[in-house]
Design a protein around this ligand. Structure first.
Ligand code: HEC
Ligand code: HEC
Length: 365
């Protein structure tokens, strides 16, 4: 495993994991902390869960109700699910998101698929590692406004202080009191519960059912895993992303890359309104780097990329074949994996059909 980090950071992270497994081991059992049934097929690892927010069926049920409740936005206009819509793999068919006040977000709504495994959250942040932290952004951010709770805290909380919610809070936690800490923990548990492992590809690759995917999908799979196309180098492992952490892999690989979408100044610059990882690290080499997204259910999560700038999978493949987009092709900051390639007739379609075999109908319903 390549460890691209200074020694001290490595020691700090190892210490953190030793500490957190220690805490996990010593934590006294809390109310309703039953062994949670992840429904993850055999052979796949279980995600790591923070010791102060163990999974429970009751918490997931409360989180689900909250996720779909417009009461969570300051003006009762949108819920988490307005942007993260189940039939689109919990993303939405819009280039970029629009918040409760009508303000446009600079980024495309991410799909929520196996997020429990993501070691870095959002499109480009190396310091955002826990779903509980991340959820505070859509709830409280003032620029851009998503749910817009800031300044309306007591009004919003009041909406959940009723009999039916109190019962759910009581089931999920040891008392029926309503506060933002519990709301965040329940939402995070629900997001963690959104796991997808029952696509035709899974049936083919992990259940040894040869007939689960077509010959075209198999040809596309070979292209995907070939050195020529190199897709698998970045969209790797069972989740088709390098940003994975689970019971068998506690340290992260390098999950951020510049794919040559932009190169405004011939030195690799991205548009000032969204320069990627550099905003978090201030390291000039992180200009234009974004997190490798999972490709599970990618068929239904169009449009694509952090800014939603490709409408179809065909466009994405043409972009990779060209080795970037317009000036991006000659970007000095582009990943060395993106050299471009030529496809014979029918191969683009095969690759699309392979990507479509990652659609998990059971998950979308
Ligand atoms: C206005 C639309 C909108 C709303 C409402 C919204 N989100 Fe998001 N969500 C986004 C966008 C856009 C991103 C990507 C943000 C970024 O990269 O800066 C995102 C990212 C995420 C992620 C990170 C996923 C990953 O793989 O890293 C999670 C988790 C998430 N949202 C959960 C929620 C929850 C829970 C709620 C409700 C409390 C919510 N979102 C409300 C648009 C929205
Ligand atoms: C160097 C690493 C790398 C390689 C190689 C790579 N990708 Fe990607 N891929 C990324 C990153 C990073 C993004 C997000 C870029 C952004 O939004 O700026 C992405 C985005 C995508 C998306 C859009 C997903 C979404 O939810 O928006 C698709 C589809 C995709 N890649 C497919 C492929 C295919 C097919 C190949 C092989 C031809 C490939 N990728 C090769 C890193 C890579």
């Amino acid at each position: 495993m390549a460890l691209n980090m200074p020694g001290s950071q490595f020691i700090k992270i190892s210490f953190y994991f030793i500490l957190s497994s220690f805490l996990l081991a010593c934590e006294p059992p809390t109310f309703n902390q039953k062994e949670y049934d992840w429904k993850i097929p055999e052979g796949f690892p279980k995600p790591l869960v923070p010791s102060d927010n163990p999974m429970s069926t009751a918490k997931v049920a409360l989180g689900k109700r909250l996720f779909f409740d417009v009461g969570l936005s300051f003006n009762q206009s949108i819920s988490c699910a307005s942007c993260h819509q189940p039939q689109f793999a919990f993303s939405e068919p819009q280039k970029t998101a629009i918040g409760a006040s009508g303000q446009r977000h600079r980024r495309n709504t991410q799909s929520l698929v196996n997020v429990a495994y993501n070691s870095n959250l959002t499109w480009a942040h190396s310091g955002l590692n826990q779903i509980e932290q991340q959820i505070l952004i859509p709830m409280f951010s003032e620029n851009p406004v998503e749910l817009g709770i800031t300044g309306h805290e007591s009004k919003v909380l009041q909406r959940f202080k009723n009999q039916s919610y109190s019962r759910l809070f009581k089931h999920a936690f040891d008392d029926g009191g309503v506060d933002f800490d519990k709301i965040v923990k329940a939402l995070a548990s629900y997001v963690r519960s959104l796991t997808s492992f029952t696509s035709p590809f899974d049936e083919y690759a992990y259940q040894s059912n040869d007939a689960a995917i077509s010959d075209a999908a198999k040809r596309g799979m070979e292209l995907f895993f070939s050195e020529k196309l190199a897709c698998f180098h970045c969209h790797g492992e069972f989740n088709f992303t390098q940003s994975s952490q689970h019971e068998n892999q506690r340290l992260d690989l390098q999950p951020f890359h510049n794919t040559g979408l932009y190169n405004i100044d011939n030195k690799g610059a991205y548009p000032v309104y969204d320069e990627g990882l550099i905003e978090a690290t201030l390291d000039p080499y992180d200009m234009g780097k974004f997190r490798v997204p999972t490709l599970r259910n990618v068929e239904v999560s169009a449009p694509y990329m952090h800014d939603g700038s490709f409408a179809t999978l065909e466009e994405v493949i043409e972009f990779y074949a060209a080795g970037g987009r317009t000036q991006g092709i000659s970007s000095p900051l582009k990943s060395p994996f993106l050299v471009g390639f030529e496809l014979k007739s029918g191969q683009k379609q095969d690759l699309v059909i392979f990507l479509q075999s990652l659609t998990d109908r059971q998950f979308l319903n």
